[in-house]
Ligand binder design. Sequence first.
Ligand SMILES: Cc1ncc(COP(=O)(O)O)c(C=O)c1O
Length: 366
Amino acid sequence: MVPLIDLKIQHQSIASEVETAIKKVCDNTAFILSDEMKQFESEFAAFCGSKYGIGVANGTEALFLALLALCVGSGDEVIVPANTFIATAAAVSHTGATPVFVDCDPETYCIDPAKICSAITDKTKAIMPVHLYGHPADMDAIMNIARGSGLKVIEDCAQAHGTHYKGKQVGSIGDAAGFSFYPSKTLGAYGDAGMVMTNSDEVADKLKLLRDNGRTTWYEHSIIGYNSRLDGLQAAILRVKLKYLDKWVEGRRSHAKQYQEALSGIDGLVLPIEKPYAQHSYYVYVVRAANREDFMAKLKENGCGCGIHYPLPLHLQPAFSFLGGKEGDCPVAEEYAKQIVSIPMFPELTPEQMNEAIEVIKQGAG
Ligand SMILES: Cc1ncc(COP(=O)(O)O)c(C=O)c1O
């Protein structure tokens, strides 16, 4: 059996360090806005090459609060990719703004910069590219469009811990960025957690107010904020895990290389690419299969885990039907949504598991 993902092996490899970190937080009863959180904020900001990291409750709220801090709200429009997890667009809706869906680049699956300009209106306030599956969106092209049109850019980095764009870690390029530390992410907490990155002093100050009920002193509040803090236990665990992030991304990249070598050239199977500007972190390894149902059935029958990220583009999701999206609006995302399959990818996959997965995938595609 080769699972799509297995979090237990990673936990076992760091269990004693994690238990020590948890004990320290409990012994100090340092649960909220603690030193552990502040240290993790600095360490992860340094990792990303960003001036500030502001710990928040989860990745959805990281995006939501980043939008609020950049003054996005009711009456505004925000450009997002059609093919992403719903949280990207939900974060926009939570501010009162409207998500505007744009199709994806056929090679990278990230938002297609060539299709952004025609989606800009006089209500557009921001662009939110997603570094989907761990491949970076084409940030230079996106930043050029944004700067030329006076728009803000918020990077959705939920799937892109350790992803590079032109040698830079993502999360440090836009006006702000949101990370998720959902447990299955490349850097995952032991519950929900998230962080906003920014290089702006003003945005960072606003985010600190927004995440903590607008608090300036204990019972003085300058704005109506939210309760969205990264808790001390998660921060302590994430500090332990951050030390291994480069090694884990390297593990993912090495498995991707093996898949590439073993599976390229198979009829009916399209492998992911890595653009010259990119260093992919392979949060998920997504192939396209001509006959997906049959392919997935064969994988499952033969003990190889698989999944779909994501089966329905956002403009066709019932939750966004009020926006009037229809088939044909984003043809590439729609076509790919019927073909994409995620195959096993996590750093701890053993050589035996990799060989087994490759054999089953070869047979399944044949
Ligand atoms: C692209 C993307 N954006 C946002 C999120 C939201 O993160 P969270 O689950 O931590 O709220 C996710 C999480 O799966 C995601 O994949």
